[in-house]
Structures are given as structure tokens and as C-alpha cells.
Design a protein around this ligand. Structure first.
Ligand code: KG4
Ligand code: ZN
Length: 344
């Protein structure tokens, strides 16, 4: 079963070919980050126009790298949301046009579920993460704890009350005069810190499974605005420590409490070396298996969309039918449809 998938929800134009929901045949990602670093963030219309430029070459390369002809493709998949409306429409409509031209079914897939399903991608058949599993999704737009049930459905356990973890990295990077996206340069700067004594606040929220990063962002800004601010590297280090401490401890505790058989960490911030380390350390203390995709599969990519589509073959639609598959405007960019909130 071979799926060609497209992802265009934010600032990466991506296409991938995946077999049977796990075997990676190709994974092409054209990043727009250089384009957006000039403005310190993503301008939606600029992103959409760049997707339009990049989409055809990216799809061509994904097929070529996978040594795949159209005759060997069984389904076309694309991200349906959440994400930037104009950006989503480019990828979705490209996928629709390709599916229509080739007489293939089209599978619209959820972006957040995609980040989690990245943990199923591999090159050899080493086995999928056992379920139920707890997934910590940490990206530019989302910070969520999701319980992946044995039947593959998702239950939301907790979420950020304000900024997403990646958004906090991006905003603090700006305060430190670092480029967008802020995660990688903050990490680099943090590694050069020598004293490592500064302590920034942690929002534990009294045992709740939710997260909050706005207080940390404010504390960081106030520190930098002081007459005698600490060295920038010390601030970057203290900020990264605070975020990774809270994320790792809350995720491992919730996984234990809920009887999860494993912990998945996914989304762009899961590419962070310190977070990967902290999660592994803490999970090892309680014997909890950890699944973190390699960094290239943590940030936005289309292979994760193919892996998700494989779980939703029944949702395939005829590309010639009138499509009403984008989330409504009110939901775009916020909640994902595949996920429901855990009742109290
Ligand atoms: O998942 P993703 O590629 O896109 C969204 O769906 O949002 O996540 C992008 C976010 C950005 O906020 C970026 O700063 C953050 O992931 N990020 C990182 C790292 N690499 C990317 N944050 C911390 N450390 C990193 N190494
Ligand atoms: Zn994402």
C-alpha cells in the first residue's frame, strides 16, 4: 500500500512516499524559514505564495527519490488542518488535482495526529509503539498531551493555556536578537553558557495536565530589560531548562498515571536535544519506553501525513466530488478534529 502525501500547513512545503503506513521511501521538505526570518515570523500570504512556487518540484522529487511511478501509488493524502488557510489550500488542492488526474482516492489528514504518527515511521520493521501511549505534541502552534487509545483514537489530556512551546522559543529568540525559527538558535546559544546558575520560573499549574509559557516569557523579558542583564547565553540556557523541565516531568507523570505503555514526543520542539535528553532520563527512572522520531520527522513533513492517512483509509474521498474538508474558519489554526477533549 503506497501513499503519496503532501503537507503545506505552515512554512514547509513537503511531499513524501510511504509504504504500509511506516516504511519511508522518500521525504522531501522545502523550508521557507529564510523567507520568514526577515519578518521574524510567518506572514500567511507570503507562505501561501511560496507553497505555490515549490509544490510541483517538491512532489516530483518525492516520487523520483522513492523511485516510484504514478502507477505504483495507491492513495494521495494531504493535510486538511489545522494550519494557515491559504497555505493549506495550496497543498490540498495540488493533492486533489493529482488524485483526480490519476484516478486515485484522496485522504485528508489531521496535522496534529500527523506529528504523533511520525513515531510509526521507520526504515526497518522494528515494531510500532505499543498502545495505549501518551503523546506529547510540542510544535509552533500546539502543546498537547494526547492519549492514543488501543483502537487508535485520540483523547486530549492537557494543552497549553497560552503560548505553545515552540511559540515561546520563537518569542524569546526575538528578545535575544536571534532569527526565526527560534528553537535551534536558542539551543545553540544555550550550549555556550558557562555558569549555568540562573533559574527562571516553571509553571506547574498545581498538578494539572495543562501547560503555560507566558509567565516564563515575561520573566525572561524582564530579566533582559534589567540595567545589568545576565549574559545572553545564560538566559538562553535557563529558558531552555525551564521549558524542558516542565514538559518532561508533566509528560512522564501523566503517562505513568494513565497506565500508558510508552511515551511519544513529537512536533518541532521534539527536535530539541535537551528535551530529548530530559524525557529519556525521567522516563528511564520509571521504566517507561520512549519513542521520539528523528529530528527531521519532528518538524513539519509529509511522511507523517502519509502515516496518518494509512490509519484513515476509510476517510478517502473522490477528488472529483465537491470537497468540504477544510475545518471551518473558527477552528482553523486551533483545535484539531481528530482529537476530542477528555471529559472531566
Ligand atoms: O512542528 P513544527 O515544524 O511546525 C508547527 O506545526 O508549528 O514546529 C515548529 C516549531 C517552531 O516554533 C520552532 O522554533 C520549534 O518548532 N523548533 C524547536 C527546535 N526546532 C524547531 N524548538 C526547540 N528546539 C529545537 N531544536
Ligand atoms: Zn507541525
Amino acid at each position: 500500500m503506497r501513499i503519496l502525501a503532501i503537507e503545506s500547513s505552515c512554512d514547509e512545503t513537503a511531499a513524501a512516499v510511504v509504504d504500509d503506513g511506516w516504511r519511508l521511501r522518500s521525504n522531501i521538505v522545502a523550508s521557507q524559514s529564510d523567507l520568514h526570518s526577515a519578518t521574524g515570523g510567518v506572514v500567511p500570504e507570503v507562505a501561501a505564495r511560496q507553497h505555490l512556487r515549490a509544490i510541483v518540484p517538491v512532489v516530483r522529487r518525492a516520487l523520483a527519490d522513492a523511485e516510484t511511478s504514478w502507477d505504483q501509488v495507491d492513495y494521495v493524502a494531504a493535510t486538511r488542518g489545522p494550519g494557515l488557510p491559504g497555505a493549506l489550500l495550496v497543498g490540498l488542492n495540488a493533492a486533489r488535482g493529482l488524485a483526480y488526474a490519476r484516478g486515485l482516492p484522496l485522504i485528508p489528514a489531521d496535522h496534529i495526529e500527523g506529528h504523533v504518527r511520525a513515531a510509526w515511521l521507520r526504515e526497518q520493521d522494528e515494531g510500532a509503539p505499543p498502545l495505549p501511549a501518551l503523546a506529547l505534541v510540542v510544535s509552533g502552534g500546539h502543546t498537547e498531551l494526547l492519549l492514543v487509545q488501543e483502537d487508535g483514537t485520540f483523547e486530549r489530556i492537557g494543552a497549553t493555556r497560552d503560548d505553545a512551546a515552540g511559540e515561546a522559543f520563537d518569542k524569546v529568540a526575538r528578545l535575544l536578537g536571534l532569527p526565526y525559527p527560534g528553537g535551534p538558535p536558542i539551543s545553540q546559544l544555550a550550549r555556550t553558557a558557562t555558569e549555568r546558575k540562573l533559574r527562571l520560573p516553571r509553571a506547574w499549574l498545581r498538578g494539572s495536565d495543562d501547560f503555560s509559557f507566558s509567565g516564563l516569557k515575561t520573566a525572561t523579558r524582564q530579566l533582559l530589560e534589567r540595567d545589568d542583564p545576565p549574559a545572553r547565553a545564560e538566559v538562553a540556557w535557563a529558558f531552555e531548562e525551564s521549558v524542558c523541565d516542565v514538559l518532561s516531568l508533566k509528560a512522564v507523570r501523566a503517562a505513568e498515571r494513565l497506565g500508558a505503555r510508552g511515551l511519544i514526543v513529537a512536533g518541532g520542539v521534539a527536535a530539541n536535544g535537551r528535551l530529548r535528553e530530559r524525557v529519556r532520563e525521567r522516563a528511564a527512572l520509571v521504566g517507561l519506553p520512549v519513542h521520539i522520531p528523528p529530528p527531521v520527522l519532528c518538524t513539519d513533513n509529509a511522511a507523517m501525513i502519509a502515516a496518518t492517512a494509512f490509519e484513515h483509509l476509510d476517510d478517502a474521498v473522490d477528488p472529483a466530488s465537491p470537497l468540504d474538508i477544510l475545518p471551518t474558519a473558527a477552528r482553523l489554526g486551533s483545535r484539531s478534529r481528530a482529537v476530542r477533549r477528555r471529559s472531566a
